[in-house]
Design a protein around this ligand. Structure first.
Ligand SMILES: [Mg+2]
Length: 215
């Protein structure tokens, strides 16, 4: 029997596409919303470091009537940030190159499905990634490992899995799912400051083709 292929799961924003989603502004708006329902239980500076999904959960706990407004706020920032998204340099060649080598490819994003699919289609990336999992399908967002587990189920048999992403939430999700994390981009120090230890770190997607995936 043939050995099943490795599975490489990509993050979306600032890994496959350069989007302009202002995640700090989203956190700020959610903290404002939380504060509109009563005094903050934690200092604002602490809350600004909390994953967006956890801020929504805190709003749900203290002011459930504001949950819909929280998601609407997030979607508005996402739509604005994705409007002019561009492909990360070399993404087409790298995805095609990994596929040609027999890798199975997937996408896991905390973004909504509709916006993700629109950008994938507009940029001609949809055909290069067979499995896409968005926040519409996952029981809990990254850094929770649930999305990785769902991707692994949907991707079929594979030998080993790895998550490629630019943010600490990607690295922490990978660690919690007990899979490798390959960091990408300029934020290595910030990611490692969160206690995330990448298996490898690349600054150019083409370096993925040179990694020793069997190591
Ligand atoms: Mg990202």
């Amino acid at each position: 029997m043939d050995t099943p292929p490795p599975l490489v799961i990509f993050d979306f924003d600032n890994t496959l596409v350069d989007s302009r989603i202002d995640f700090a502004a989203i956190r700020g708006a959610l903290v404002d919303l939380l504060e509109s329902s009563g005094p903050l239980a934690e200092p604002r500076g602490e809350l600004m470091r909390v994953p967006i999904a956890d801020l929504v959960a805190r709003i749900g706990d203290s002011a459930p009537h504001l949950t819909a407004q929280a998601w609407a706020t997030i979607e508005a920032f996402e739509a604005a940030g994705l409007r002019d998204a561009t492909p990360v340099p070399h993404v087409y060649g790298v995805l095609a190159g990994l596929t040609a080598r027999g890798f199975r490819l997937a996408l896991l994003t905390n973004n909504a499905r509709t916006a993700t699919e629109r950008v994938l289609a507009e940029l001609g990336l949809a055909a290069l990634i067979p499995v896409t999992v968005t926040r519409d399908e996952v029981p809990a967002l990254k850094p929770d490992p649930a999305g990785i587990r769902l991707v692994m189920e949907r991707a079929g048999p594979h030998r080993a899995a790895c998550l490629v992403g630019d943010s600490w939430v990607d690295g922490q999700a990978a660690a919690r799912a007990s899979i490798r994390f390959v960091g990408f981009g300029p934020r290595r120090a910030e990611v490692e400051a969160r206690g995330v230890m990448p298996w490898a770190w690349v600054k150019d997607l083409r370096e993925l083709l040179d990694l020793d995936w069997n190591a």
